[in-house]
Write a protein that binds this ligand. Structure first.
Ligand code: GLN
Length: 212
């Protein structure tokens, strides 16, 4: 099976490991550069991006993470993970570093003025089976996306109508929300499919299912 790491500095690491394991990936926590070097793909969990960025600097992981993304490692970021993947941040401490890789401007805690947390139905491009139930917790949104960035999903309705909450650029995927908390594994399935294709291994497509 493909080896999918979960950055395990802080945040909801366990939930991602459980979903990835259920999907047949070899899911491993990543806390050190040597562990990063051994994965075929990486998930950046939700949590607190400011803390994660500090810990990434302290553990010597920030530069290896940047190099890995530049080198084409498939990465999926949820919420704080989206913040870490952004090339540009708004409403962040001025010295908060990011890994980058997504040509987007991300506003942290963007929904905060409306609600600390809420749930909404979001249709996602490339994810069959209807809209996802998306859980937003002090979530960021994508304020601007560059031309190389594919917008996968936007909020529909309410005060944040039209805001971008899911994006993809090459093999880097990010969502403002937390599919790892809802039991809906479709975004992780899409990501594991990206990892499998990147590794060049056999892509197992269950009969009757959509894209792998
Ligand atoms: N507000 C957090 C941050 O900016 C993200 C919250 C989350 O991951 N649920 O890092």
């Amino acid at each position: 099976p493909v080896v999918v790491g979960v950055l395990a500095l802080q945040g909801d690491v366990r939930e991602h490991l459980a979903v990835l394991t259920a999907l047949g990936a070899d899911a491993v926590p990543v806390r050190r550069p040597a562990e990063l070097a051994a994965v075929d793909g990486l998930v950046l969990p939700g949590g607190e991006s400011t803390t994660m960025a500090k810990l990434a600097v302290r553990t010597g992981l920030l530069e290896p993470l940047r190099e890995a993304v530049r080198g084409g490692l498939p990465v999926y970021g949820t919420c704080a993970g989206l913040v870490l993947l952004a090339d540009r941040l708004l409403d962040a401490p001025p010295d908060q570093p990011t890994i980058g890789g997504l040509d987007v401007t991300v506003r942290r805690n963007a929904f905060g003025r409306q609600a600390e947390s809420f749930e909404s139905r979001v249709p996602l491009a490339g994810v069959p089976g209807g809209p996802l139930s998306a859980v937003f917790i002090r979530a960021p949104w994508v304020e601007e996306a560059g031309p190389q960035v594919e917008v996968l999903g936007r909020v529909e309705g309410g005060p944040a109508d039209g805001r971008i909450v899911a994006v993809r650029q090459g093999d880097v995927v990010a969502t403002s929300f937390h599919p790892e908390l809802t039991g809906d594994t479709r975004v992780h399935e899409m990501f594991v499919g990206i990892v499998r294709r990147a590794v060049g291994g056999a892509v197992a497509v269950p009969s009757g299912a959509g894209a792998g």
